[in-house]
Design a protein around this ligand. Structure first.
Ligand code: ADP
Length: 214
């Protein structure tokens, strides 16, 4: 099965685009959702987080306090390393388990992983057959995230500064979706890539030897 890593800056439209592929039959694994799941109340990251950072890293409801942790890792790079040392292996475990289940079920023509920091990661690129980048102008990103999250312009810019640049993402993209236009402009782009991924998936199980000696 062809496995694709979908990435893009914050607010570029990754979630929207991924949902459009899912509507066409793609299997989806959203690593951002998994990151939220493992840090939800009772999630597998909670006990090790409390052991590392104390009970102050939790909200009243028992979920990780994302605002508190964001502030902490901003001011203390070693805290970022410790936080990621807890969360990344758990995210990877859940991701792998879901991918295995999807491959074994064999219901989907291809699998898309949504990975916000794929370009920034040292390991993700090697784990996927293709990289799909959702791209838009930085001003479009800023406007969308301000509207979606109620952040100030400076808050959005601070997040964007910690992410790869558009040029860095373009440099690793096999495929690109331009999401500067209205949502309707996505349909044709998604349809074209869906057809490509289906055709690549049809042949991805065949080695050249198999193809030569059917
Ligand atoms: P990401 O997952 O990359 O952070 P989202 O898919 O959540 O981005 O999109 C960010 C916000 O912008 C969402 O509120 C989404 O509904 C909106 N959005 C995405 N694409 C478009 C578009 N082409 N036109 C208008 N709004 C869009």
């Amino acid at each position: 099965m062809l496995e694709i890593g979908l990435t893009g800056g914050i607010g570029s439209g990754k979630t929207r685009v991924a949902d459009m592929f899912a509507a066409r039959g793609a299997a989806l694994i959203d690593t951002d959702l998994i990151a939220h799941e493992i840090t939800a109340p009772g999630g597998p990251a909670i006990a090790p987080l409390v052991a590392a950072f104390g009970p102050g890293c939790l909200r009243q409801d028992g979920a990780m306090d994302r605002d508190a942790m964001r502030a902490l890792v901003f001011s203390d790079p070693s805290a970022k390393t410790r936080l990621e040392g807890i969360t990344h292996p758990l995210i990877r475990q859940v991701t792998e388990a879901r991918a295995t289940a999807i491959r074994e079920a064999g219901h989907n023509p291809y699998l898309i992983y949504v990975v916000p920091l794929l370009v920034e990661s040292s390991t993700w690129r090697a784990r996927v057959g293709r990289v799909l980048v959702v791209d838009c102008q930085e001003e479009t990103q800023i406007a969308r995230v301000m509207a979606r999250n109620g952040f100030t312009r400076d808050q959005v810019l601070a997040i964007m500064r910690r992410q790869a640049t558009r040029a860095e993402r373009m440099a690793v993209a096999d495929d690109l979706i331009d999401n500067d236009g209205p949502p309707e402009a996505l349909n044709a782009q998604v349809a074209k890539l869906d057809a490509l991924y289906r055709s690549l998936s049809d042949t991805s199980g065949n080695t050249s030897e198999n193809a030569a000696h059917p």
